[in-house]
Design a protein around this ligand. Sequence first.
Ligand SMILES: *Cc1c(COP(=O)(O)O)cnc(C)c1O
Length: 362
Amino acid sequence: MMEGRIFNFSAGPSMLADEVLLKIKDELLNYQGSGMSVLEMSHRSKVYDDIIVAAEAKFRSVMNIPDNYKVLFLQGGATGMFAAIAQNLGVKGAADYVISGNFSGNAYKEGAKYLKDARVAATTKDENFSRVPTQEELKLNPDADYVHICFNNTIFGTKFPYIPETGDVPLVADLSSCILSEPVDVSKFGIIYAGAQKNIAPAGLSIVIIRDDLLGKAAPTTPNVWDFTKQADKGSMLNTPPTFQIYVCKLVLEWIESLGGLEAMKKRNEEKAAILYNYLDNNDFYKAAADKNSRSMMNVTFRTGNDELDAKFVKESIAAGMSNLKGHRLVGGMRASIYNAMPKEGVETLVAFMKKFAEENA
Ligand SMILES: *Cc1c(COP(=O)(O)O)cnc(C)c1O
């Protein structure tokens, strides 16, 4: 990483790779001889069209998205999609929500505004979301319009170790905090969606990957900008899309490609997460907050068991060149978000600091 840049463990918006930031800097004032910045460009211009077309093509190739899926570039964050999904898919008004953390709970509450029969198919709230429900625990309604899950729980540091089997009912998944971290079998999902600001691009862009047969079902009251069918028909340009974010998304995908694609990302991410979890599992000073079989590779939650020591840890970590290690208020303790752009050295620096802190405060 470049001199002066800090290891930023923020859960989102989060780090972008130096290579991507430098490329943005290079192209910022005069994009490829166009005489203008991407920030200033008409979304209807030829030069911009090439950017959005390339961004979609790269999304498809990097994620290996089958041809019978559309890729949409929308606004409103993942939270906007909580409503949009219910509006676009809720034909019968029935949906099952698996509640495995804060965001899946929010998705349920937001979806329920537009549905007659929003159900909780399973929840691990009683265990403070330290794990995700198992397939056996899911009480699924075979007549539901869809089943909703949050694949990686950003706040609690858990992830589904399996893709739920939902029969003929489409599976809709929030992948905001794990998309592009490893290969995923898109064909197992009806919709995959994500806010960009964790692993894709700056805040302001939402990605929706939707299977063709789920189009054409939106309620007439659905806002046009969140009508997946209308947006698909217009190539995500029913109105002005988040142009700069889509450009950065393209650069991030190129960066991932240059490193070897999602198999290589997975290997890197597994290595990083293992450094942290191995340390957590082999000392008595810190405890991992998430159950072993539900652990996230992107968000690692841990604590000392003493609130004052946790606060001291966070304070001293800043002086040691790291930022945003404070856990979410719902979990307490610490959280290290180690998305794609966090280099291995960042995790090694963190573990070295953890060892030193444990020695000084045991
Ligand atoms: C961050 C996050 C959200 C919220 O995203 P916004 O873009 O702020 O609406 C939803 N779901 C998950 C899994 C997240 O990590």
